[in-house]
Design a binder for this molecule. Sequence first.
Ligand SMILES: [Zn+2]
Length: 404
Amino acid sequence: MMTTDYRRGTFQMMKSMNRSIILNMIREDGPISRAEIAKRSKLTPPTVSKVVKELIDSHYVIETTQGSSNGGRKPTLLEINTEQFFSIGIDVGAERMKFIVANVYGEIRDETTLPIEPLPDQDSLLGTMKEGIRQLLTSKTHDPEKFLGIGVGMHGIVDPDTGISLYAPSFDLYDIPIKDELEAEFGMLVKVENDARTMTLGEYWFGHGNDADTIVGVNVGRGIGAGLMIKGRLFHGEDHLAGEIGHMTIDLSGPKCACGNYGCLQTLAAGPAIEERAVKELKAGRPSKIRDLVDGDFDRITGEIVYEAACQDDEFSIELLHQTGRFLGIGLTNLIHTTNPSRILIGGGVAKAERFLMKGIEETIRTRGLTAKAKETSIVLSKLGEHASAVGACVLVLEEVFVR
Ligand SMILES: [Zn+2]
């Protein structure tokens, strides 16, 4: 058992507001001079000098003479010692957990993936989390003292204040005390958030969202969830339910959803919906290359196989993904009319089929959007791709240290 708390020191060191503001300015705008920091932060030059000295003495910041110069003596500039801070980000999906180590710029330095046993109980799920974290902490690629904390992107309903997973539909588990368990085990800061929100947060810091203040990240995988970033802040609603667009009703007489309702968006556009429609049509005798790809065994049909067939110009698969795009487009149009974002970022497993989905998505939004601006809402693929939720989980930790 690892119960030492020596790593708390790194985090405690950064708790001072001035330190945090200065450190973030160096992270975002470095290399930067002390004078420029004082000017932009409105802190006094002696305060800046004092804090910078502490940051240099503790190796968080280094001096450099590289950077802009207009002749004459080059000024001494400050930049982040990127080898001094790391965080662990975990993306808890339905079937596997992805673990990464990232630096303060969201660059991935180490990673591992572990399978989740089918219908795990709480202990098994937390056990897998601890196992992955332990692997990264002991992999010797990074000094454990340099870890700032652990961020967890968890599917389902999450209370970020208590770090409890209130409901994880893929596991049918309630009230998993993730934060308390991991903090007790590893003695470092732990933050927990819904995975679509961590995806959006990751894009906001390091991906396609960092030039906009109101964006929505939509995670399309085994289910569909959205992270709403409204004017630079993740929006949770009153009881952490905001963004559950997978259960937005799209077709009153549509297929039954795991939630008990009919025609929810995810029964029409998530991975399992694509599989089920493919199986149904093939059983009805529809010609398709999918039949060969699975050697006639329909149990082996997955969303990935449909995508693979589409890549081989299979007419049925292309049409199926196009139709999926149209369903997604209806969900996104509702989202545009509710939150009016400047951009929607699409991630998750199904997003890999972007080239077959996008036409249906865009056609639908252009047809149904209320105004010219709504019709033009930018829809892009997540820049961080399959790592977006895990990188965003690291940002949960970074935003505690670097005050923007
Ligand atoms: Zn539903």
